[in-house]
Design a protein around this ligand. Structure first.
Ligand code: PAF
Length: 444
């Protein structure tokens, strides 16, 4: 079997998804043993027409019995299957698969040249290749891939600085390495479909850390059987653009089978604060959340993790879990980001029709009403909850899961608002379930 180093690149369509599709095809090719994939590096295009999008570049280490020309044909076939159209030279490409090194072979023919003739001058290929095959020797230049990279000038200061990881072990090793270098790492776990709320979490993490890592994983175990796991919006390319623009440095996009491999059977029993409210409406939800969050904390051992207050009960569950299980991470709560008219930002808002979006405003208005009542001296929780429910009903929101006033730490229900209190709502607008909350002004 020959060990081969491949370069993968995409700067058209859903770029990271294109790389994932190519990896999948390499992985299942009958004549290829897939060994390792690097992280995906966001890089400016080199050469070609002006105005091209940035690339995601990666390197893969494989073993194969195919001859070099056969391997090249297999790579071309994968490119074609994934929709690559060869038009202009150096033009944008959905997927580009290059053979960089084929064992110690040196071949120069009209059909194939290995080692790749420009490998030694391409940072965008050498940087990912060094992650997975630093010691692979370039048979012509007699230098390793790592040495070739070290000989290049450093990247330009304005080069994008984002790397995307699929491998849990590589992600973990990278964070541990950063910690050893004395860097402070911030973490923003997400399920993707990012909006300004997520972006604000990344910005917050940037202020608290030198390196910011985000995760994008639609976690199946926190969805109930009749919930929206299948249709949950998946917008990887625009998510990665938003993360890069917000100054995120590392993104983890694991496969479900890497997070929950066959035989996975250990779950976190969530704390008592998980029981009321969402715990009643979405049985099992917080078991899934606590399990994935703890696993992400293991795989991305950051110093600090930022979560939005929009998912208030989730935040309390995570804080309690971290304290109870002595997880060495600081959990930071970040304010809910709202649209100009008060609607709390949520990935699920995109399900709303324009009429439903109008109706949905009743949630933040009902919370504002509760705040106004408390500020004016009302202490009777039943009266306040009644006024909030009325506002929802007036907006023709009939499926109300709960309207509650509760203790901000334990989420135990309040009957009298004579101490700090949080108001929480969960309701269905059309078929979309929305939640929102507000800490009520203290009435001295
Ligand atoms: O809040 C979310 O997006 C998710 O519940 C989280 C924390 C990323 C776990 O999947």
């Amino acid at each position: 079997m020959a060990a081969c180093l491949l370069a993968l690149g995409s700067n058209q369509g859903d770029r990271a998804q294109n790389l994932l599709a190519a990896i999948e095809r390499l992985n299942t090719h009958p004549a290829i043993q897939f060994r390792r994939i690097s992280s995906f590096h966001l890089t400016s295009p080199v050469g070609g027409p002006a105005g091209q999008d940035a690339y995601f570049n990666a390197a893969a280490l494989i073993e194969t019995d195919l001859y070099p020309a056969e391997l090249l044909h297999a790579l071309l076939k994968i490119e074609q299957e994934l929709g690559r159209v060869r038009s202009e030279c150096w033009g944008p490409r959905t997927i580009d698969l290059d053979l960089l090194l084929y064992d110690a072979a040196i071949l120069e023919s009209s059909e194939i040249t290995v080692p790749h003739p420009r490998l030694h001058e391409r940072r965008f290929a050498l940087a990912p290749a060094t992650e997975i095959a630093a010691d692979f020797v370039h048979p012509k230049l007699r230098q390793t891939v790592g040495e070739l990279l070290a000989a290049l000038p450093p990247p330009a200061a304005d080069e994008p600085n984002l790397r995307v990881f699929t491998s849990p072990t590589d992600m973990q090793a990278t964070i541990l390495d950063l910690r050893r270098q004395g860097r402070r790492v911030g973490l923003v776990p997400t399920m993707g479909a990012l909006h300004e709320g997520h972006v604000s979490l990344v910005r917050h993490a940037r202020e608290l850390a030198d390196t910011v890592a985000a995760t994008i994983f639609v976690n199946p175990t926190q969805f109930g059987p009749n919930e929206d796991f299948q249709k949950y919006p998946r917008t990887l390319d625009s998510d990665l653009r938003a993360l890069a623009a917000a100054g995120c440095n590392l993104v983890f996009i694991p496969l479900a089978t890497d997070i929950y491999p066959p035989g996975f059977s250990t779950y976190v029993e969530p704390p008592a604060v998980a029981q009321p409210l969402e715990g009643v409406c979405r049985p099992g939800h917080f078991r899934g959340v606590a399990t994935i969050v703890l696993k992400l904390f293991q795989l991305l051992p950051a110093h600090v993790a930022c979560f939005g207050q929009k998912d208030y009960q989730q935040l309390q569950v995570i804080k309690r879990m971290v304290a109870d299980l002595a997880v060495p991470i600081e959990v930071v709560a970040c304010p809910t980001v709202r649209e100009a008219d008060g609607l709390a930002m949520s990935s699920r808002n995109r399900y709303l029709s324009s009429a439903e979006r109008e109706q949905a405003l009743a949630l933040s208005r009902a919370l504002a009403q509760a705040d106004a009542l408390v500020s004016s001296g009302e202490q009777n929780a039943a009266t306040i909850v009644g006024a909030m429910r009325l506002m929802l009903q007036q907006a023709r929101i009939v499926q109300i899961d709960y309207v509650a006033l509760a203790d901000p730490d334990s989420l135990a229900e309040r009957t009298t608002v004579d101490r700090p209190t949080i108001a929480l709502i969960a309701a269905r607008v059309g078929t979309t379930r929305l939640i929102d909350n507000r800490l009520l002004s203290e009435n001295e």
